[in-house]
Design a protein around this ligand. Sequence first.
Ligand code: FAD
Length: 416
Amino acid sequence: MHFSLLSVLGQALRGQRGWTPHWRDAGPRDAYDVVIVGGGGHGLAAAYYLAKEHGITDVAVLERSHVGSGNVGRNTTIVRSNYGLPGNIPFYERSMKLWEGLEQDINYNAMVSQRGVLNLYHSDGQRDAYARRGNAMRLAAVDAELLDREGVRAIVPFIDFDNARFPVKGGLLQRRGGTVRHDAVAWGYARAADARGVDIVQNCAVTGIRREGGRVVGVETCRGPIRARKVALSVAGSSSLVAAMAGLRLPIESHVLQAFVSEGVKPLIDGVMTFGAGHFYISQSDKGGLVFGGDIDGYNSYAQRGNLATIEDVMESGMALWPGLGRLRLLRHWGGIMDMSMDGSPIIDRTPVDGLYLNAGWCYGGFKATPAAGFCFAHLIARDEAHPDAAAFRLDRFATGHLIDEKGVGAQPNLH
Ligand SMILES: Cc1cc2nc3c(=O)[nH]c(=O)nc-3n(C[C@H](O)[C@H](O)[C@H](O)COP(=O)(O)OP(=O)(O)OC[C@H]3O[C@@H](n4cnc5c(N)ncnc54)[C@H](O)[C@@H]3O)c2cc1C
């Protein structure tokens, strides 16, 4: 089934009765060349690029629930490539370029919307840090614009510029950043991977990792054992639990991150805006709801729901920036489990267990990375060597000290 203007018009004339399922409901086979654990955005993207870029199609993606039930369907949909460190810039810019061509590539409407991402600054020191980051981006041919107060006022005139504690002095704008419909990304990659022969197996929880002589030979699942030459973990907030099945202890903590949507209102804000003096970011969905979020809940948890204290904290940051928000009603909120690494950067690497590969530690920001993470993880699995754009995301950096701490805040998860 190919989506095009003609197919949409044709279906409209036939009463929308000719659509077929987007992917096969595959049952697990006894053996595969590659088993990917986790049917989130990253796992599905890795499967797609394994098939497309490396011709490896004897692949199963095992998802314990349904596709899109994890963080890929729970995030606030922001994509950007405004990073400043050499280990990060080429990776996130690759992701941005893949987003820009994604819908054509996978023939799926993911609602990629490059509406701009604006990071506000509130002090001279913060302005200098943003100027430095913007310059690093521009040197790497990534778009960035440093705005003064009037430049910001032209975009978001309604925020509190003269807040006594956190006056808004300007912002760093990346116009190519924006939003992408989160669950459509999972569905689109699942459909595209399936079309190339990958088995997407839902309701198939991995319960063990089988090893012989220090090498992976397969997985145990709730639907029976599956043999595999290579096993790739892409389970986001469950990374520590699943890696422990292979005897590995990861430098990762799991925390809940909550997101919020207000009642629908007329268009108010056309891009993404982040507060620089607290953790708060906001955009508006096409349905009119204001979508926002902030800090992780402060304690470790594998629950997909958060607590009231964090809701209050996020609202306080929002009100400090945009007092008018206080007139809105909150429609709903939810939580996802974040795999917080100790330097705020991810891991895409082999593990000490032969044939076992790891994609984890995405903290607050793994959605924007989905295409590049899938692309680079597929490269690693297929060739047994790191893709140059992801070469810094090594597992052993926590032992060697080669950390990639974008914000320079140390090993405190909530500050990343
Ligand atoms: C509230 C919130 C807001 C966010 N906002 C943003 C944002 O605006 N921008 C951004 O870039 N990032 C954001 N993120 C982070 C981003 O969503 C994640 O980093 C990213 O989605 C993680 O990759 P994934 O999509 O593969 O994860 P997931 O969708 O969580 O995929 C992992 C999958 O593994 C499955 N799994 C786990 N254990 C097993 C098992 N034993 N067997 C089989 N399957 C298993 C899970 O069911 C899950 O479906 C946000 C996250 C949250 C929670």
